[in-house]
Each structure stands twice: as structure tokens, then as C-alpha cells.
Design a protein around this ligand. Structure first.
Ligand code: SF4
Ligand code: SF4
Length: 465
């Protein structure tokens, strides 16, 4: 049987397939587009680490083609291993002269594998019950918060750190976990009155900003941002309000669906997407839907593609996706070029580019333009070598593939340290978490912050003057 997306010409027909029966890609035709030029190899982090063809974008496409040709069984554990060994960083997409959406094809391949081999029960549990909304993740985070407060996490490592296999994973998890701040969800998902209360708590100047808003912005709060980087999202909201945004978050907002999509659980990701489209539609007319998590903003923009073949949702998804802006994009658009008026406390900064901001969304200039505003006020902004190379976080990759993740992290930290910058900024919770872990692993004193945190600090300094 030939997929509707495939040409009828037999040259584009799989020998024995199609094995990939998911309604989306990959089609055999798209797998055939590879001209085997090899340009994708040097930019692929997993190929850089191993120099093995099977760990390269080209190799992964060949693997999927071999499945379609019946040379490999989709249920073969090797197929699963190499498709899930990809970071979904999409660096390959940016250099492929044939324009193959390699990263997307690999993720689609995972969806087909997932039908044969569902992900491990723990991964499914996390992605279907915990990481499903900012409020739900709070429930699951409180035991960790309590454990940190009474130092149970450290005690656990002392008691069980020696246990083979389990011990090292526990040590990594405890070291990786950031000190959990107060979550932001309850402050945000309330009517406008509470926004004013928050504003008054943070300084009287903001109260007038709420009433004089120029823009009506739906703020999408990422699940991990809420529990692990609530202070960074607080800074994002503060800066948005400072520049004339009325910030609204719907109470029924869900996870964006990116972690589920990344793990091949497309049905779950679609359910999240539908709930989010409905939730933001209820807010009425918005100038933008802004997220300060690059993985979220990247996937929210992909909703148009997620529903492109669903007549009931395509138009609504397209309308939703067209409004989505990463916070760095939106701030660059609305923030006057002579802002901020002062540099803030930070003396030197370097910037690690999230893959899902640079490679997926093509947002490279705007975060740098925001940092240039600080440079104009005297901050020493230093370019990070190979800034876009993945730090090894990649969703839950640092837990599913700890060895590769640590290799990539140690390379990234060596680059960060080589800049001599006092602060490394980024714009994605996975990167922030990974870089903080890297600083602990290497004993580096570099501070890790979201871009909006350094902007908020500069604004605070001006307010204090
Ligand atoms: S860059 Fe594109 S065409 Fe070239 S080998 Fe890689 S996937 Fe194939
Ligand atoms: S998405 Fe990243 S890790 Fe995966 S094949 Fe492409 S470059 Fe390699």
C-alpha cells in the first residue's frame, strides 16, 4: 500500500514497506531525497562524539530507509536505539542542501517505533501524568522540594550512592536538580487583580504599566520553567510588563506537548495542543502568545504542522501558531533600542544558544540584539565558541542517555569557561538546568541565568537610581 504522500513512480516506492504507518512523515520519497553529501555530519553532536555513521543524520535516514526496504525490522532494538540517540537538536536541518527535515523525520520514525515498543513505563508515567501542565508538575515537584529543604536528597546519595547502576544515576539526579524556587503558576493563573498585587509587591512603578498597557499578551508558562526556574519566568513577566504588556495566562493551559512529541508520543502531544489552542482562544484578541522557554515556543509554532491534515483543527492551529513569539523575539520587537538605561550588576556575559531557538525557530539575531543593548551600556558581551552546539540537555536526554549527555556538557562547559564570562545566559529551561549542572560538575563559578533575568536586573538598577 502506498502512502498518499508518496509518488506513484516505482522509483520512489519502498521495496517491502511502507513500514512507517503513522499518518505523517517519513515517506519513502523524503528518505530518498538524501544525496549522501555528508554536509550534515560535522554539525551533528552525536557524530562529532563518536564519528560513527549510525550516529549521524545521514546514517539515521539510511536506517529508516533500510526499514522501509525490509532489510531491518522496525521492532529491531538497534533501530529504536539509534533513533532515540538523536538529540533532536536539528543542527542537521540547517545545513542540508536537499532541504530534508531530518530532525522531524527522525521524530516521526520514533512515533512508528513507539507503536511497536512503547517507551519505558517511567517515561510514559512522567509524560502522561506529571509533565502535563504547570499545575500538575507542581504536585510532583513538592516531594523534591521537601527533600531539598531537609537535605534528604544528600542523605539518599550518602546511603545509596554506592549501589551499582542505581547509585551513580541517583548522584547525577541530585546534582542536576536545581534548588527549586517558589513556583509562578498560582501568581499568574489568576484574574487581572492579582497581576496588580504582584506588580505592587514588586514595586509601585509597575502598577501604572498594567493600566497603561499597549499590548495584550498571552504568556505561556512552561512546566519546567514553573517549578525549576520560576524566578526566571517572574523576570520575564516583569520585563514584559515594563514594556507595556498586559500579561495573561489561561488557567487551563497545559504542557506545550514538545516532550511527548520528542518521545514519539504524538497522540498525547496532540491532546495537549488542542487544549492549549482552546485555552488561549478563550482569552480573546491577543497581540502575541509569548513563551520564555525555547522548546515551548518552538513547538507552539509547530502546531500548524501538527494539525495540517486535520480539517477540524488546521485553521485554529494556524491562527494560534501565527501569534507565537519567543520572549527574546517579542522583547526585541517592543523594547526601545536605547533600553535598558543601565547595565545592571553583570559585568561580562556569554550566550549559549538553545537548539530549539536557533535551529528550530531561526531566532538567532534577537537574543543577541537584546544583549547588544546591555553591551551599549558597558557590559562585556563575549561570543561563546560554537554557541549553537547542543549542551546535551535535549528534553529528557540527559536522563535517558547520561553518558553522551555528560560528554556534550563537559565540552560546552570548557567553551563557557574559555570565554572568562561571569554569567552565561540562555533562553530554555533544559539548557539552564544542564549548564547549572555543568557548573557544579566542573566546579566553575560561572552563574547561569535566563536572558530576561539580566534584563530585569538592569531595569531594577534603573528603578533604584
Ligand atoms: S546533508 Fe542532507 S543530503 Fe547531505 S548527507 Fe546529510 S541528509 Fe543527506
Ligand atoms: S537532530 Fe541533532 S543529533 Fe539528531 S541527527 Fe540531527 S544534528 Fe544529529
Amino acid at each position: 500500500m502506498t502512502s498518499p504522500n508518496q509518488k506513484s513512480d516505482p522509483i520512489f516506492a519502498p521495496i517491502s514497506g511502507p513500514a512507517f504507518t503513522a499518518p505523517e512523515l517519513p515517506t519513502y520519497e523524503s528518505l530518498m531525497d538524501c544525496i549522501r553529501c555528508g554536509r550534515c555530519l560535522p554539525v551533528c553532536p552525536t557524530y562529532q562524539q563518536t564519528t560513527l555513521e549510525t550516529f549521524s543524520p545521514r546514517g539515521r535516514l539510511s536506517l529508516m530507509r533500510a526499514v522501509e526496504d525490509g532489510k531491518l525490522d522496525l521492532a529491531d532494538p538497534g533501530v529504536e536505539e539509534h533513533l532515540y540517540h538523536c538529540l533532536d537538536c536539528r543542527a542537521c536541518n540547517t545545513v542540508c542542501p536537499a532541504g530534508i527535515p531530518i530532525g522531524e523525520l527522525i521524530v516521526e520514525g520514533r512515533a512508528a517505533v513507539e507503536e511497536k515498543h512503547p517507551r519505558a513505563w517511567l517515561i510514559r508515567l512522567i509524560l502522561t501524568h506529571a509533565l502535563i501542565s504547570p499545575r500538575r508538575i507542581e504536585w510532583f515537584a513538592w516531594p523534591a522540594r521537601l527533600a531539598q529543604r531537609v537535605k534528604l536528597d544528600k542523605l539518599g546519595v550518602a546511603m545509596f550512592g554506592w549501589v551499582p547502576r542505581f547509585g551513580p544515576a541517583l548522584k547525577d539526579l541530585v546534582q542536576m536538580a536545581p534548588t527549586l524556587p517558589k513556583p509562578l503558576w498560582r501568581e499568574l493563573a489568576k484574574p487581572a487583580r492579582s497581576l496588580q498585587v504582584v506588580a505592587q509587591k514588586n514595586g509601585s512603578s509597575e502598577t501604572s504599566q498594567v493600566s497603561q498597557s499597549q499590548y495584550r499578551v498571552g504568556f505561556f508558562l512552561g512546566c519546567v520553567m514553573n517549578v525549576a526556574f520560576g524566578d526566571a519566568s517572574r523576570a520575564s513577566v516583569k520585563v514584559l510588563k515594563q514594556f507595556g504588556c498586559d500579561v495573561i495566562t489561561p488557567q487551563d493551559q497545559m504542557c506545550c506537548g514538545a516532550p511527548q512529541d520528542d518521545q514519539g508520543m504524538k497522540d498525547v502531544a496532540r491532546r495537549m495542543a488542542k487544549r492549549n489552542i482552546e485555552a488561549f482562544e478563550k482569552l480573546g484578541q491577543l497581540d502575541a502568545i509569548v513563551a520564555d522557554c525555547a522548546a515551548c515556543s518552538g513547538f507552539l509554532k509547530e502546531y500548524a504542522h501538527v494539525f495540517h491534515d486535520d480539517p477540524a483543527w488546521a485553521e485554529r492551529a494556524d491562527r494560534f501558531a501565527s501569534k507565537v513569539r519567543d520572549v527574546t523575539e517579542w522583547l526585541d520587537q517592543i523594547m526601545p533600542s536605547d533600553w535598558p538605561a543601565s547595565a545592571g550588576a553583570t559585568k561580562s556575559i556569554t550566550y549559549h544558544e538553545p537548539c530549539h531557538l536557533a535551529n528550530v525557530q531561526g531566532v538567532r539575531r534577537q537574543p543577541r540584539a537584546l544583549l547588544m543593548r546591555l553591551k551599549n551600556k558597558g557590559v562585556d558581551v563575549r561570543e561563546l565558541p560554537d554557541a549553537t552546539r547542543c549542551c546535551g540537555s535535549a528534553g529528557i536526554y540527559n536522563m535517558t542517555h547520561p553518558a553522551m549527555s555528560k560528554e556534550l556538557l563537559d565540552r560546552k562547559m570548557a567553551d563557557v569557561v574559555s570565554t572568562g564570562a561571569e554569567v552565561v545566559v540562555s533562553a530554555n529551561p533544559g539548557c539552564l538546568l544542564q549548564l547549572e549542572w555543568g557548573a557544579k560538575r566542573t566546579g566553575s563559578t560561572v552563574k547561569v541565568k535566563h536572558i530576561t533575568q539580566v534584563l530585569a536586573e538592569a531595569i531594577e538598577e534603573r528603578t533604584a537610581q
